[in-house]
Design a protein around this ligand. Structure first.
Ligand code: FHN
Length: 428
């Protein structure tokens, strides 16, 4: 008699254990999470050498020149403002019926970005407005539902692979359109978004960067980040992930749960941090990337209000001499072309990098702290000084221990007053 009960009890315990095991993903066999410094340096090497990428915020919102996501009038469940139960915005939510970018040519985009000196491109696949710019099997609210009916992400992935451009995919976990987003235990939405990430990381060949953008609420218990990261690295072993996969940004509740372990917290910090709308402070210990828009907003907002090429070149120099990357944002028109104001910036940066790229790509920041004067970086036995406005009476820097063998402008001739005076010193 008792034996039977014991068996029964053992079965129950076993089942419970199994159930629990199903929940927690054993991360010990996920190499990327347990990599050595050398392995991490190898995985991050291209990113550290690249310095300059193109961010692309684009979607049906461009039809109405509305700010992507934030231009939607509906509630923003569990977000920084307008928190409330999901509501529609019948105008914004139906822009996709008019979104038909017939002039979108991914090959031209990649060629344009390459000529502008960018080494990687990060495209919006889904923003907070919930619209998927790719052919997703787990939602009807995607690019196949509108007049265009071609996979925008697929086209860019193909073009990036063809032209040797590194590919990054932006995905917003925040989804103010999805009916299950942060409803109840959120498990239905959690399964949905992880299914979309799996589509993005398994249907388009090599993906180099996953660019997440915060999570609503403050409850770790509503998300399976361990399952997410294990799946991502399984699909893309060399993937680089930014620091926003589990960056919470919404209202607190007394039932909010924290990360189940320090390892999970560490893992979701990703590979680099992302100062937004500003140049990151000098940091040569941790990888970082500033994302800044050229136009009035992140998405297309009309034909004016663009930053000038000089400002953008200085931003790139400030990021490089500060130890980080610049992800410069472009918001294409609804037809898939770039506004003149954005094209002007890109072309000017490409021209400048043709001459001065040596003092940007594959350099390490320092030894001097960058600032309003400019900044410094080095590569091998060369030290590059980027001086923004060459002071009439010259200027001095603290001595360095190396012996200076020679000094000249990068273009070999002295440019008295020019935007960026690049001096490079041959060091002993
Ligand atoms: O809300 C978004 C915003 O629309 C844009 O995508 C930026 C890009 O980094 N991220 C969020 C604001 O932090």
């Amino acid at each position: 008699m008792r034996k039977e009960n014991t068996m029964h009890r053992i079965v129950i315990v076993a089942f419970l254990l199994a159930a629990t095991c199903v929940c927690a993903v054993d991360l010990s066999h996920v190499p990327q999470i347990n990599e050595t410094h050398e392995q991490r340096d190898a995985r991050m090497a291209w990113f550290r050498d690249a310095k300059f990428g193109m961010f692309i915020h684009w979607g049906p919102c461009s039809v109405g020149q509305k700010e992507i996501g934030w231009g939607r009038e509906g509630n923003r469940p569990w977000d920084i403002n307008q928190h409330g139960p999901r509501t529609d915005d019948p105008v914004y939510d139906n822009y996709y019926r008019q979104f038909n970018p017939t002039k979108y040519n991914a090959d031209e985009w990649v060629t344009f970005a390459k000529a502008s000196g960018m080494k990687y491109m990060v495209l919006i696949t889904k923003h907070h407005d919930g619209f998927s710019q790719f052919d997703s099997k787990v939602t009807e609210y995607d690019i196949m539902a509108g007049p265009y009916k071609r996979d925008i992400v697929g086209a860019l992935a193909e073009a990036c692979h063809k032209h040797g451009m590194k590919l990054g995919l932006y995905y917003s976990t925040r989804d103010w359109y999805h009916p299950d987003y942060l409803v109840g235990d959120n498990m239905k939405y959690d399964r949905f978004y992880r299914a979309q990430i799996r589509e993005l990381l398994s249907n388009y060949g090599r993906v180099d960067i996953m660019w997440f953008d915060h999570v609503g609420g403050q409850d770790w218990g509503k998300w399976k980040f361990d399952a997410l990261f294990a799946m991502m690295y399984e699909q893309q072993p060399n993937l680089i992930v930014n620091n926003r996969a589990a960056r919470f940004c919404g209202p607190k509740t007394e039932n909010d749960r924290g990360p189940t372990s320090p390892a999970i917290k560490q893992m979701t910090e990703g590979d680099y941090y992302t100062p937004e709308g500003r140049i990151g402070s000098m940091d040569i210990e941790r990888d970082w990337e500033s994302c800044i828009h050229v136009g009035q907003g992140w998405s297309y907002r009309g034909e004016d209000g663009f930053k000038g090429p000089e400002d953008c070149i200085r931003m790139l120099v400030s990021c490089t001499t500060g130890g980080g990357n610049l992800l410069l944002n472009f918001g294409p028109r609804p037809d898939g072309t770039f506004a003149d104001g954005e094209a002007k910036v890109a072309v000017a940066m490409g021209k400048w990098l043709k001459t001065y790229g040596e003092a940007i790509y594959e350099t390490d920041a320092g030894p001097y702290r960058n600032g309003g004067w400019g900044g410094s970086c080095h590569k091998g036995n060369k030290l590059y000084l980027h001086v923004y406005d060459w002071p009439r009476l010259g200027f001095s820097l603290d001595p360095i221990s190396n012996r200076i063998l020679s000094a000249r402008t990068l273009t070999g001739k002295l440019i008295l007053v020019f935007l960026v005076f690049t001096l490079f010193l041959c060091l002993k």
